[in-house]
Design a protein around this ligand. Sequence first.
Ligand SMILES: Cc1cc2nc3c(=O)[nH]c(=O)nc-3n(C[C@H](O)[C@H](O)[C@H](O)COP(=O)(O)OP(=O)(O)OC[C@H]3O[C@@H](n4cnc5c(N)ncnc54)[C@H](O)[C@@H]3O)c2cc1C
Length: 322
Amino acid sequence: MQVRLFEAREVAGGASGRNGGFALRGGAMPYEHAWAGLWRLTELALDRIEQLAGDAFRRVGSLRLAGDAGERDLLARELELLREDGFDVEWVDPLPAPLGGLFAGAVLYPRDGALQPARWVQRLAARAAAAGAEIVEHTPVRIDELDASTVVVATDGLTAALLPELADHIETRRGQMLATEPLERRLFGRPHYARHGYDYWQQLPDGRLVVGGKRDASFETEATAREETTPLIQERLEALTVELVGELPRITHRWAGVWGETRDRLPLVGRVPGREHVWVAGGYSGHGNVLGFACGDLLAHAILGDSPPELDLFDPARLLTG
Ligand SMILES: Cc1cc2nc3c(=O)[nH]c(=O)nc-3n(C[C@H](O)[C@H](O)[C@H](O)COP(=O)(O)OP(=O)(O)OC[C@H]3O[C@@H](n4cnc5c(N)ncnc54)[C@H](O)[C@@H]3O)c2cc1C
């Protein structure tokens, strides 16, 4: 089978090169026993990423913080359920400064990690090219102009432009970020996220702080495919930076990217109903670094004729038929 990848911009030009670099297990939904299989799938994917990514991945764990008592209760319940199912998770008490005064509790997921996302995706693309895939950059395509027996649409937040029938099922969301100059002190040793994921930050190995989120300050304007920053969200990100650092360091970069969100927070991965030769993989709901990698692998197996049972969970037919 000959594989050709068309990319409208360049490899890592989309969300894969613009994201927060959190390499988290699981999906975007709160944990329940029913999701144990999904969580295990992503833990295996994390192990595989660690093998393939070289210095683009650091296994430093991640810290999830509760913004208020309600979220703390939710985290405590998740911790119980995860432990019952055999996953590594630790309650962090007391919280170190400056987190103690800002948050109501936290859990540590020791098996998570931090990615340099653009470098990771470029490495993955280099491996694909070495294995014989042809990568054609700066070439936007439409499905009907492709002469191929199998087409995979892997455009996450931009899926609706190619597959309009999925417009109501994979909705576009914008995320904004900023990066500071390198800080003199190491404040954060691992990715942190808080308030149900609406705030997230990590300090890079060179000392820079990368801060993202605050989408809940303006849901309406952030439901867009325009990869542009806005003053409102950037001001909120600056205010969060001040809370975390104690002052506003020089901001060196600001950017935005888009992802695809589904109502049940499960991605759509599989054959598109009504289009025999077209497959889709997208809708990771802001959680695609590990889940997207795992889903791509499952999809490749399915196209080659296997039937990985894990794919049943993500079958687009659950939304488009019945
Ligand atoms: C600001 C931000 C922060 C995030 N933080 C995290 C995080 O910390 N952890 C995490 O797990 N996830 C995070 N995500 C989500 C994650 O980035 C995505 O789920 C993931 O990158 C999706 O990968 P993908 O390859 O499916 O899609 P993308 O990386 O979006 O790639 C799709 C590509 O398709 C191309 N394309 C679109 N239309 C066409 C066309 N017609 N023809 C050819 N090419 C086309 C685009 O140019 C794009 O490069 C974040 C997303 C954003 C925007």
